[in-house]
Write a protein that binds this ligand. Structure first.
Ligand SMILES: Cc1cc2nc3c(=O)[nH]c(=O)nc-3n(C[C@H](O)[C@H](O)[C@H](O)COP(=O)(O)OP(=O)(O)OC[C@H]3O[C@@H](n4cnc5c(N)ncnc54)[C@H](O)[C@@H]3O)c2cc1C
Length: 473
């Protein structure tokens, strides 16, 4: 990729935002709305980050639009506009198909209470206590229990129930039974209020609408611009070096990978060594592998559900979910009604994946393994769409390396960092005044809703910081 010369930009900005993922986009919008000048720089050719889409043979594939919680409606209305929020609709059918159970649900709390009591035979009081408990879990309580301990308390020895409760969340943010229960409780409760939602019109449309809103709020946006360094003066942020050029600013908001922001973009002398060590120790979340399947225009698919959580593994196992020998995958089915005016069906199969399994293969082995994943996926899809091989006209695979290449996330991480990343992210401005971070981090602040909301929270901190500079004599 040829890096672009930055044209028509101001000599200085209040804030430079690095990275146009949902956290960076939302923060840029909010900071600009508060009257500050903002330059948003994205290294990729398009905006959106992991909220990505791409076109092939008249198909448009959505990479990370499988579903988000209802809270996204309020977030888009408040921090973007009502045209965007009004396009958010509920998914109708979420199916589970594994050796322990087969069921269909709208993933709402009412339906889960019904399923857990009627199908799994759990006493009604236990189910409602569990929902009450997860809803009241609060980040500031400092509860140190793991999700496994939470499940053991409410549903001892019920690995079928654990699977129903855990598998979708493991897909949604990579969390495991050993992660803090709080990270499970918050994300589960977010989804469980009213079900799973999507954006009518697809990722391409929401990103386009966000770009239009940014333009209205006078945010300067430049794609194909790689930020290499954050510069400092007198112990505070003074600018960035991007595509080899120095751009002055009072504050930098990074939505790029947290680890690379701290370890690669900041000069060693500008932050304490102990903070660098803490950053190095922070665990990165898992990556993903996907198979994109385009259905021929001449084919009409029957409705098979919107989101299918499928697995051939006997029991829930996060290790199995990460394994390169894929047993668990979700199929997201996009019907033509999802993208009005577009007559194609597409299907995206997603599984969690470990970067190490894909990182060091020879080119030949990498190609072979991708082909194997594609063929195996079609074999499994055959159960839901008989004769699927004859119905498709496009098949493509993404691996952790693909996610790494397009977003520069360390290890192709799909969901930022493990829980401890939150401490690192929040401590950043204390170590280097003027530098802020928001994006997928700490499991809780991940996904479309988590990243966007975190962008808003941190944009308030940026605003406070800029005002404090104005107050200085
Ligand atoms: C396969 C997959 C499926 C998913 N499905 C869902 C889903 O169904 N629902 C859901 O809610 N979430 C889903 N997610 C997660 C969700 O997409 C992410 O959590 C969210 O989009 C991340 O937003 P972010 O703000 O952290 O930024 P990111 O999307 O991580 O974007 C960071 C941006 O920074 C840019 N950047 C990095 N370094 C630089 C630099 N040096 N200079 C300039 N720019 C830079 C990158 O190019 C990128 O655009 C999925 C993720 C994956 C991978």
């Amino acid at each position: 990729m040829t890096l672009r010369k930055l044209k028509n930009i101001k000599s200085e900005y209040d804030v430079v935002v690095i990275g146009a993922g949902l956290g960076g986009l939302t923060a840029a919008n909010m900071i600009a709305r508060r009257g500050h000048s903002v330059l948003l720089l994205e290294q990729h050719t398009v905006l959106g980050g992991l909220a990505a889409y791409f076109r092939r043979k008249k198909h448009i594939f959505d990479v990370a639009l499988h579903g988000f919680p209802v809270g996204m409606i309020k977030t888009c209305r408040k921090y973007w506009n009502s045209d965007i929020s009004s396009r958010i609709v509920k998914l109708k059918g979420i199916r589970f198909d594994n050796p322990q159970f087969q069921l269909e649900t709208d993933y709402s709390k009412d339906d889960f209470v019904r399923i857990l009591t009627e199908k799994f035979g759990i006493p009604h009081s236990t189910v409602t206590d569990f929902f009450e408990h997860t809803r009241n879990m609060n980040f500031y309580d400092g509860d140190k229990r793991t999700t496994r301990e939470l499940f053991e308390q409410f549903f001892p020895k019920r690995d079928d129930v654990w699977r129903l409760l855990m598998e979708p969340i493991t897909y949604a943010n990579g969390s495991t039974l050993e992660d803090p229960a709080i990270s499970y409780g918050i994300v589960f409760s977010n989804f469980m209020s009213k079900g799973v939602y999507t954006f009518t019109g697809g990722t391409d449309l929401i990103i386009k609408m966000m770009e239009e809103e940014l333009a209205k709020n006078s945010v300067d946006v430049r794609a194909k611009v790689l930020v290499e360094k954050v510069t400092t003066e007198n112990g505070k942020v003074s600018g960035v070096i991007a595509n080899g050029e120095k751009i002055k600013c009072k504050s930098v908001f990074s939505n790029a990978n947290l680890q690379s922001t701290i370890l690669d973009m900041i000069d060693k002398k500008d932050i304490p060594q102990s903070f660098r060590e803490q950053t190095k120790k922070m665990r990165i979340n898992n990556s993903s592998a996907q198979v994109y399947i385009g259905i021929k225009a001449s084919e009409k698919l029957d409705y098979i559900g919107d989101l299918l959580f499928t697995s051939t593994a006997e029991k829930f196992s996060e290790k199995a979910m990460l394994s390169k020998s894929v047993t668990s995958r979700t199929f997201s089915v996009y019907y033509p009604s999802f993208r009005p005016g577009h007559n194609r069906h597409t299907i995206v199969s997603s599984s969690n994946a470990d970067y190490k399994d894909w990182a060091n293969l020879s080119d030949e082995q990498y190609k072979t393994d991708k082909e194997h994943l594609a063929e195996d996926t079609l074999d499994k899809l055959e159960k839901y769409i008989p004769g699927v091989r004859n119905k498709i006209d496009h098949l493509e695979v993404a691996t952790p390396k693909t996610f790494e290449r397009f977003t520069r996330h360390v290890g192709g991480s799909s969901f930022g960092t493990k829980f401890e990343g939150l401490d690192v992210a929040t401590a950043l401005p204390k170590h280097l005044p003027g530098l802020f971070f928001a994006g997928s981090v700490g499991i809780i602040m991940s996904g479309w809703l988590g990243a966007a909301n975190y962008g808003v929270i941190v944009s308030n901190e940026v605003d406070k910081y800029l005002r404090s500079l104005d107050d200085q004599p």
